[in-house]
Design a protein around this ligand. Structure first.
Ligand code: GRF
Length: 201
């Protein structure tokens, strides 16, 4: 399967996918054909370049409207003919055009146990709320924010003196393994989405 991965930051989830594929190119059942971002100058793009992958950047500020950006991002991704698009720390909400083209084969990873704590500050929100456990969620993207059908989740305990950074780092350790496992299974075994259910053979 052909993967396009979208990043906005350090790209450690991308790196986990790159490492898993490099460790077992034949067995993993998917390969990354391009990495896209909404901004330049991020480690995620450096990781892609180091791996010899094509990259592209589609910045909101370069487009007259949000819809124009959304269409440009969809076209940039479509050029690589992905079977699956993976949003791994991509910090923009895609719109109608993008979903029309990739809905149903666009997965996102979120650093909280959805439906709790959606949005851009899931780790901070969980900490502030005082929950005892949080975690990460890999889900299909629908037209909401972090509301699509859930594929898998991992649980992480919150420690008494946790800071947002320390907690997020512990979540990312679980998240990277979860994302590598989910993407590989979806790519190798296929899946069906029925309403909110994700069915795999
Ligand atoms: C991940 O925890 C992701 O869930 C969140 O931002 C983080 C991105 O980390 N949206 P990285 O860029 O993959 O290191």
């Amino acid at each position: 399967a052909r993967l396009v991965v979208l990043v906005s930051g350090s790209g450690t989830n991308l790196q986990a996918l790159l490492d898993a594929i490099a460790a077992d190119p034949g067995g993993y059942g998917a390969r990354i054909v391009a990495v896209g971002a909404d901004r330049t100058g991020i480690a995620g793009l450096e990781r892609a370049e180091k791996a010899g992958l094509p990259t592209f950047v589609v910045r909101v500020g370069d487009h007259a409207t949000r819809d124009a950006w959304d269409r440009a991002l969809a076209e940039a991704v479509a050029a690589y003919e992905p079977d699956l698009v993976v949003s791994a720390g991509f910090m923009k909400i895609v719109g109608k055009e993008f979903l029309a083209r990739f809905g149903g084969r666009l997965v996102n990873t979120h650093p909280a146990l959805l439906p709790s704590f959606p949005g851009a500050h899931g780790v901070r929100d969980a900490l502030a709320h005082g929950v005892k456990v949080t975690g990460c969620t890999v889900h299909f993207v629908d037209d909401g924010v972090d509301t699509g059908p859930i594929i898998a989740q991992g649980v992480v305990e919150i420690l008494p003196d946790d800071t947002e950074e320390a907690l997020h780092e512990r979540i990312k350790e679980v998240e990277r393994r979860l994302l590598v496992d989910v993407v590989g299974r979806l790519a190798r075994d296929g899946y069906r989405i029925e309403g909110r259910k994700v069915l795999t053979p």
